[in-house]
Design a protein around this ligand. Structure first.
Ligand code: UD1
Length: 417
């Protein structure tokens, strides 16, 4: 199993190019199932989750051509196998995103239930409820969702809870349904707007993406298109937190400050100076960071996917911070690992009270999920001595070449077998 070894204590200086967003690319690849024509997606990040999604789409009969440099052409002219098996869904929950497109285009799908995952229960009841409202017959048998629909029809669907992939799944399904679908209490994440842009380029009629009411007028078929994946706001935020914790000055290109207002506000509160223009962000940090309180909530509020990284920052900040996780039940697992590095953290229910100390101590730690892994990398960058992070396959699911990018910023980080 591969590990990362980090020699902490160095500030970060230099320039990094931000990759395409994992959470935008995954639904965009699934959109290829909605048409028999070719869909070209550019700026797709080289990540394990993308490889898993491409294998799944290939298994279903999609022709996939990878041109390098992040350009992928998908052609789902003939769908032969409408199944997402347990082996794939258990490693990548986003595989549920094939459900809506398959039902809408092929009238049938069999998708393994994702089950629990490291950060919480994460049910898919909202996806199922929405598709049922659109006329699908759904049964759960042997751990699989069996869904059939001769033709989906439009419906008014009010989500009980704000769900990102739930909104994406139903938005994709609605593009080919008969009549108009209205999604209320929809998620407003930028990745949903990116997907809507691609679907519109394919001929879909969508209004309101990025607001909590999305209206989709169904069309009889979609056609091929070309689309470029938006920048990864979580990768962007992770590098910005790393530089705020370690000090220094970094310049991030191919990204967009407007995607992460809540995160940039917190970094400024912590003492960082941030400048930005259309496609870059510059961060300078010359003081010891100040502790910042965090409460995660759906977009545009502070993202749950940045909570763990800010916890590492708060571990070495001046003062005490209260960090409340409101999206997932079990997303404080990095606390135990950070405590092994001497962090002062108390957990009360879904909140962590973090009191900053002068310096973290290096240790052998274990990555438990994707963003928790990123928090350990940041902790390793600011700790005294050598930190070894095990189980970094979690990190490879969502960060493209993280050690290469951090090395370019002057960090001492290497991967070993
Ligand atoms: C997406 C992101 C993930 C991010 C999360 C929250 C992708 C591929 N992943 O995950 O990185 O952490 O949004 O911003 O885009 N829920 C239900 N029933 C449902 C669906 C969700 O109860 O049918 C609950 C979940 O358990 C969770 C909350 O709703 O507590 C939000 O989950 P959701 O927005 O669906 O997360 P994902 O779309 O899986």
């Amino acid at each position: 199993m591969q590990k990362l070894i980090i020699q902490g204590g160095l500030p970060l200086h230099g320039e990094v190019s931000i990759s395409g967003a994992k959470n935008a690319a995954l639904p965009l690849l699934c959109a290829a199932l909605l048409t028999g024509e070719s869909l070209t997606i550019n700026n797709v990040p080289a990540l394990q989750d993308i490889t898993t999604m491409l294998s799944l789409l290939k298994q279903m009969g999609t022709r996939v051509t990878e041109h390098g440099n992040g350009e992928i052409v998908l052609s789902a002219a003939a769908l032969t196998h409408l199944v997402a098996p347990y082996e794939m869904v258990k490693t990548m929950r986003a595989a549920i995103l094939v459900l809506g497109p398959l039902l809408a285009r092929a009238g049938e799908a069999e998708i393994s239930l994702p089950g629990g995952c490291a950060i919480g229960l994460r049910p898919v009841d909202q996806h199922i409820k929405g598709l049922q409202a659109m006329g699908a017959e759904i049964a759960i048998r042997h751990g699989y969702i069996h869904a059939v629909a001769k033709k989906l029809h439009g419906a008014r669907i009010v989500f009980d809870i704000v769900t990102v992939t739930g909104t994406e799944n139903l938005m994709m399904a609605a593009t080919l349904a008969e009549g108009t679908t209205i999604l209320e209490n929809a998620a407003r994440e930028p990745e949903i707007i990116d997907l809507a842009h691609c679907l519109s380029a394919m001929g879909a009629k969508i209004h309101g993406a990025g607001t909590d009411i999305i209206t989709v007028e169904g069309v009889s078929s979609l056609h091929g298109a070309e689309h470029t994946v938006m920048p990864d706001r979580i990768e962007t935020g992770t590098f910005l937190v790393a530089a705020t914790a370690a000090g220094g000055e970094i310049h991030l290109k191919n990204t967009d400050a407007h995607l992460l207002d809540a995160v940039l506000d917190k970094l400024t509160e912590a003492g960082a100076r941030i400048d930005s223009a259309a496609n870059w962000i510059n961060l300078t940090m010359q003081t010891k960071p100040k502790a910042v309180n965090i409460r995660t909530a759906p977009y545009p509020a502070f993202p749950t996917d940045m909570q763990a990284q800010f916890m590492s920052l708060n571990c070495i900040a001046d003062g005490t911070a209260i960090m409340t996780e409101t999206i997932f039940e079990n997303r404080l697992m990095h606390v135990q690992e950070l405590k092994r590095m001497n962090a002062n953290i108390e957990v009360e229910g879904n909140a962590a009270i973090v009191t900053g100390i002068t310096q973290l101590d290096s240790a052998n730690v274990m990555a438990t999920d994707l963003r928790a892994s990123a928090s350990l990398v940041i902790a390793g960058l600011v700790a005294q001595g050598e930190t070894v992070i095990d189980r970094i396959y979690h990190l490879d699911r969502g960060y493209e070449n993280i050690e290469g990018k951090l090395s370019a910023l002057g960090a001492q980080i290497r991967r070993i077998q």
